[in-house]
Design a protein. Structure first.
Length: 254
């Protein structure tokens, strides 16, 4: 009968642990095991004093079994209470490189108007210097000017036809561009080298300065206009040509 009661007591302990393992904390389970072991230790002392060796051995065996069951339960509860390992975070995809721009920073334009007050047709070739000076462009132009020089006193020297080469540049005035008026404003200047005047060659020179504006038309190109002043000394004994620059034209970038 006593053996049966001991077995039932052990079974009740295991059942109580199993029933409460999901309701009690690990510290609470540890305290329950300590209380149960104290009961067994008290019984071992009692039966050892009575000389009941068989009962003492049975209780010692039960104590060892309880300790083994406690270690197993502690390991199980510890693994259940341990935080789950965080799911691996996939690395963010590397940003795609922006496609290379097809714009080479080169534009070609043709304009018509006045150079130093006389009719002129001009071809412009602009090359961006953004890698050196943002907003700056180098410009090479070929200019054909024709008309009468109003500053020449000799009637025979008034008429002129000149082919000029211009070497200069422009600089963007980005601070003037607004959403209401989407025009790219710029200033520019050039050295003028008259290559041929009338029927002969020349080695004289001139200069010009101007302001301009360019409006981009989608899928078409740009419309641009310029206004400035130029002076050109193209022959000995003839007064320099001086006057207003004013022209409008079309440019295409590539």
């Amino acid at each position: 009968m006593k053996k049966f009661l001991s077995v039932m007591l052990a079974f009740a302990f295991v059942a109580s642990i199993a029933a409460g393992s999901f309701a009690r904390t690990l510290d609470e389970e540890r305290q329950a095991v300590r209380d149960y072991l104290k009961v067994i230790d008290a019984k071992i002392i009692k039966y050892r004093a009575q000389g009941n060796t068989a009962k003492v051995k049975m209780l010692q065996s039960e104590k060892q079994g309880t300790l083994r069951r406690w270690e197993a339960l502690k390991e199980q509860m510890g693994s259940e209470m341990a935080p789950a390992a965080p799911a691996p975070v996939a690395p963010a995809p590397a940003p795609k490189a922006a496609p290379a721009s097809k714009d080479m920073g080169v534009s070609m334009g043709a304009k018509v108007g006045l150079t130093a007050g006389l009719f002129a047709v001009t071809g412009d070739l602009d090359y961006s210097l953004a890698g050196i000076l943002p907003g700056a462009k180098a410009r090479l132009s070929v200019d054909y000017v024709t008309g009468n020089n109003p500053n020449s006193s000799a009637t025979a020297d008034n008429a002129m036809k000149s082919v000029d080469v211009k070497i200069g540049g422009t600089y963007a005035l980005d601070m003037l561009k607004t959403a209401a008026l989407p025009v790219d404003w710029y200033v520019g200047a050039a050295y003028i080298l008259p290559v041929k005047v009338n029927a002969g060659r020349t080695g004289k020179w001139g200069a010009e300065a101007f302001v301009g504006g360019s409006y981009k038309v989608p899928d078409f190109g740009s419309i641009y206009g310029e206004l400035g002043y130029a002076g050109l000394k193209y022959a000995d004994g003839v007064a320099a040509l001086k006057g207003v620059n004013a022209a409008v034209g079309y440019a295409y970038s590539f």
